[in-house]
Design a protein around this ligand. Structure first.
Ligand SMILES: *Cc1c(COP(=O)(O)O)cnc(C)c1O
Length: 712
């Protein structure tokens, strides 16, 4: 039994004590996120009390803590609901009871995965964006594949910032505290008196104390360090307050805590990893702490570092030098000084390992360089990103040719059961056989997509679009009224969005390189598309970094055009992009637009989520799309690197509109006698058949197993 499993049982049992006995099963389900990707899981919790479910942010522990006694009694009397919950538990227990299925690591030597953020579900807000969504998908897939796996991260008490847009179109940020006691998390304890486990991490000149939460994700325990304990001073308690805190020293402390504290926590929990996977440079200090432990066991620094390297692997996600975190040497000396002393080396030696040119004392410390040197295998997250990473980091291996730079790639994938919409899931269950998600990496699984009658596929697409439109009408009215918009503009939100209209989606971080501005390049031509007799509607969402005023100005420009033209009623910006909004968008949008400036998109994963649902890509040939596009499974804009970004922007904006006008819109509206767009359906079939197996998390994690985790 892994550390914290007992506490999990006790928490479920404590929660069930306030429930009528037939609902005790719900308390057991609530403490394992496995419910979130069982087809009936979310619906069972929702039906306990619909309003409460929404008010609790779809957090099942809070739901069961806060639902009125009356509503609980009603649910307990609903025999069908109780039977469904029991069926869910049987499915979950069966899943948890399977033996491990791999020869790469032993059950007592799991893969230990370290990441600064995890996007498991919107009820656990410890993620910001793509990196977290990916980490969440990796953890769920590890569970599905029965790969021995533990995950390590931080319990951010205030999470990532939330977004609202004010009356002037300006993004405002705010933070909402989450109470771990009301999450499906338990404190890991130790000893007879069950005192919470305490980890000591030397950071700066202090010992920072961390407690450890456990969250269960199917078969995988996720351990989250938390410094918000009374023994720490205010500054130390703040370390795990905000994800990607704006203060550089706090961020550095977070990464020392994540890597150093995380590795120390695993040891304290009695977990001896077979492979340590550092996901992005933030996690790099895991190697340092493991080296310290090996030194403590009697090895010299170099031998210890070598031994650690043999079981450490690293994934880089950032294709621009500036995107890789660096810290001034002085900060690192302060933060790592005590740790370095216990390593019997001096901190200057560690600083050298984090510099591109080790002897250049002017150069700051880079977490990516450090992680690359600390690991035996490294990879980028798409084929193109592998190329870009080898080019970017070849200076670390000056005597090797470009092709021999030891950075490969494992292209990202998405956890299919988490992202597929219910109507599409039911259709695929019928057509491909109920076990199809277990065979998601096998192209043969999806051959039968060609046999699905066009009408059925189209009905599912229309149903998923309708669900999205209903949601958009509702929340956009609410967001507009809260912003103080004129009443007719508020009411337009309920009418302008149409379940029969071609729906385009563009949702992603509002970083400049994602080029939302291309959509505003030729406003008149865009109006014509929006208002044509074969109209389109456009959904936008995404957060700008709190310090990125350029990104915020873009949103503001968008809001400025809304008042000029009625056609702009067909454009909706949804506030506060998160996993829930993302899931709704990727399920309902007909076309998923991605306009990164090449080669700055490492992979991108939201388009893969759309593909699972029969959404089509219209994207620049960068990141994953550069290897996924086959000429007929979506649409593409050129991916070449252009020295003149302005000219490229203008060209891409023109190509985008031309594609929409001459191909996308006509194909969507070309209907047969039964009202079905046959050519469109053919494209969807091809997209699903080619993209789902190749960009499933099943394929991704199998590759990690075979190419990265398996010792070379
Ligand atoms: C999938 C996802 C992302 C990543 O999308 P990209 O295509 O990489 O931009 C970001 N945020 C959320 C909430 C997601 O679900």
């Amino acid at each position: 039994m892994t550390a914290g499993a007992d506490e999990m049982l006790r928490a479920a049992s404590a929660l069930s004590s306030r429930l009528p006995w037939p609902l005790a099963v719900l308390a057991r389900l609530a403490y394992n996120y496995r419910w979130s990707w069982l087809p009936d899981g979310p619906d069972v919790f929702r039906e306990v009390d619909r309003d409460r479910w929404a008010a609790c942010g779809r957090n099942p522990v809070r739901l069961l803590q806060e639902t009125s006694a009356e509503a609980l009694l009603r649910a307990a009397g609903n025999a069908a609901l109780v039977a469904r919950a029991e069926q869910l538990e049987r499915a979950m227990l069966e899943d948890l009871a399977r033996p491990a299925a791999t020869d790469v690591v032993g059950e007592d030597r799991p893969v230990a995965f370290f990441c600064a953020e995890y996007g498991l579900h919107d009820s656990l807000p410890i993620y910001a964006g793509g990196l977290g969504a990916l980490a969440g998908d990796i953890v769920k897939e590890a569970s599905d594949l029965a790969l021995p796996f533990v995950a390590v991260g931080l319990m951010y008490r205030h999470g990532y910032f939330r977004q609202r847009v004010d009356h002037s179109g300006w993004q405002q940020e705010y933070w909402v505290p989450t109470d771990p006691e009301r999450s499906p998390a338990v404190l890991v304890t130790r000893g007879e008196d069950r005192a919470p486990l305490r980890i000591r991490v030397p950071i700066d000149e202090d010992d920072v104390i961390a407690q450890v939460w456990r969250v269960d994700v199917g078969r995988v325990p996720l351990y989250l360090l938390d410094t918000d304990v009374p023994e720490n001073g205010r500054v130390a308690r703040w370390i795990t307050a905000r994800l990607y805190d704006s203060d550089a020293r706090t961020r550095l402390a977070q990464y020392v805590l994540l890597g150093g504290g995380g590795a120390a926590a695993l040891r304290a929990l009695g977990i001896e990893p077979g492979v340590v996977h550092m996901n992005e440079g933030h996690a790099g200090f895991a190697a340092l702490e493991m080296t310290r432990a090996a030194v403590e066991d009697g090895l010299g620094f170099d031998a210890a570092a070598q031994a650690v390297r043999r079981r450490t692997v690293f994934t880089t996600h950032t294709p621009v030098p500036a995107g890789n975190d660096t810290y001034p040497s002085d900060h690192v000396r302060l933060a790592l000084g005590p740790l370095a002393r216990s390593l019997s080396t001096d901190v200057e030696q560690i600083l050298r390992l984090g510099r591109t040119r080790a002897d250049d004392e002017q150069e700051p410390f880079g977490v990516t360089q450090f992680a690359l040197r600390a690991s035996r295998a490294a990879n980028g997250v798409s084929r193109r990103h592998g190329d870009v990473s080898r080019e970017m980091w070849r200076v670390l291996w000056p005597d090797r040719s470009l092709d021999d730079v030891p950075i490969g790639h494992v292209t990202n994938g998405v956890h299919v059961p988490s992202w597929v919409g219910a109507p599409m899931r039911r259709l695929l269950d019928r057509q491909l056989g109920a076990g199809w998600p277990q065979r998601a990496a096998d192209p043969v699984t999806f051959a039968a997509i060609d046999d699905i009658p066009a009408q059925e596929l189209w009905d599912v697409r229309c149903e998923q679009r309708r669900l999205l439109v209903e949601y958009v009408r509702d929340v956009s009215q609410l967001q507009r009224i809260a912003r103080g918009e004129p009443r007719d503009y508020v009411e337009a939100a309920a009418k302008a969005f149409d379940p029969a209209v071609l729906t385009l989606g563009f949702a992603r971080r509002l970083a400049t390189y994602k080029r939302l501005h291309l959509l505003l390049h030729d406003v008149q031509r865009s109006f014509a598309l929006l208002a044509g007799d074969r109209p389109v509607q456009l959904l936008l969402a995404g957060k700008a970094h709190p310090r990125d005023d350029d990104g915020k100005r873009l949103v503001q420009q968008l809001f400025a055009v809304r008042s000029q033209q009625r056609a702009f009623e067909r454009v909706v910006f949804l506030e506060d992009y998160n996993l829930d909004v993302a899931a709704r968008l990727v399920r309902g949008c007909d076309v998923w637009i991605n306009l990164p400036r090449p080669p700055l998109e490492a992979s991108g994963t939201s388009g893969m989520k759309a593909a699972v649902n029969g959404g089509l890509q219209l994207s620049v040939l960068d990141g994953w799309w550069a290897e996924a596009y086959d000429g007929a499974n979506g649409w593409a804009l050129g991916g070449e690197v252009d020295r003149d970004p302005g000219a490229q922007d203008a060209r891409h904006a023109g190509e985008l509109l031309a594609l929409l006008e001459t191909e996308v819109v006509p194909e969507f509206y070309a209907r047969d006698a039964a009202g079905v767009p046959q050519a469109w359906i053919d494209r969807i079939r091809r997209s699903m058949r080619t993209l789902i197996p190749a960009f499933s998390a099943t394929r991704m994690l199998t590759e990690y197993e075979d190419r990265i985790y398996r010792a070379g």
